[in-house]
Design a binder for this molecule. Structure first.
Ligand code: HEC
Length: 246
């Protein structure tokens, strides 16, 4: 007797619970077919995050003001604070003028800790004199080798002899061997070539940050036939003569 009472109670509870769920899901429906209904934490479905450099809105659209005033609850707001809300939207308009999410840096600004690469493209002779700005070390060379293997090896070959996989497969022109025709290139010239590219070789400035470019240069210098001990003996210039904005 006890047991069946218990079962009935449980059955009723389950029914109630299912009923509750059903009414909850029905309650989230609305007449408007475009409405997503009631949502629990809508931010989790639609991110408020902005995509950099995308146009978030058409700044010229007349509803920019309406939309943003609506968001601030303009209609329901007391008359006394309405001018404040309008001012707020005007400020937003000024900030997003043009509609871009991320602002472009003001002309002539340089990111903190960076200096632009001052040698213009084409002025290779000036590059010849640039000194290695970072100290030679085992760690730099190891890192340089790793980056060389990622960015240069497939054309220049592991030994720098110009017989990279792409060249062997005749998919690319053979670059000069580092310990051959490119033997006398200075650190500055190698850097310049990495930065701007040369002939068929594309520029690598946008793929590799400055510090790593120099580490690659150090490794290329070993492939030119320079002994590691000799390189270690070279004092890196204590001033960063070249530094790039990338
Ligand atoms: C897609 C193939 C390719 C890749 C990748 C490549 N190079 Fe080159 N590189 C070449 C070719 C081809 C030349 C010959 C260019 C010429 O003289 O017209 C060359 C030339 C050079 C030279 C000699 C140019 C001079 O100044 O006389 C250096 C140094 C050099 N590359 C370094 C690098 C380094 C370092 C990397 C990696 C960061 C790299 N290259 C990546 C194909 C490539």
């Amino acid at each position: 007797m006890n047991i069946s009472y218990h079962k009935i109670a449980q059955f009723a509870k389950t029914k109630l619970f299912v009923g509750f769920l059903a009414s909850l899901s029905l309650a989230s429906c609305t007449e408007d077919p475009n409405s997503p209904g009631i949502e629990y934490m809508p931010d989790m479905y639609r991110s408020e995050g902005y995509e950099a450099y995308l146009k978030k809105f058409d700044i010229d659209s007349t509803d920019f003001f309406d939309r943003n005033l609506d968001k601030l609850g303009f209609k329901e707001a007391a008359d006394s604070i309405k001018p404040e809300l309008v001012k707020e939207v005007e400020e937003l308009y000024a900030v997003f003028n043009g509609g871009l999410i991320t602002r472009k840096p003001v002309n002539g600004t340089i990111a903190e800790g960076k200096k632009p690469f001052t040698i213009p493209k084409g002025d290779r002779s000036q590059a010849k004199a640039i000194k290695m700005p970072i100290p030679y070390s085992e760690t730099s060379l190891t890192e340089g080798k790793a980056y060389y293997e990622i960015f240069c090896d497939h054309c220049h070959g592991a030994k720098g002899d110009g017989k990279g996989a792409l060249v062997v497969k005749e998919l690319f022109l053979k670059p000069p061997a580092y310990n051959g025709p490119a033997k006398d290139l200075t650190a500055g010239e190698i850097y310049y070539t990495v930065y701007y590219g040369k002939g068929m070789m594309g520029p690598h400035a946008s793929q590799i940050v400055e510090d790593k470019r120099w580490k690659i240069v150090q490794y290329v210098q070993t492939l030119q036939g320079n002994k590691v001990e000799d390189l270690m003996g070279i004092n890196a210039s204590d001033t960063l003569t070249v530094n790039s904005a990338q």
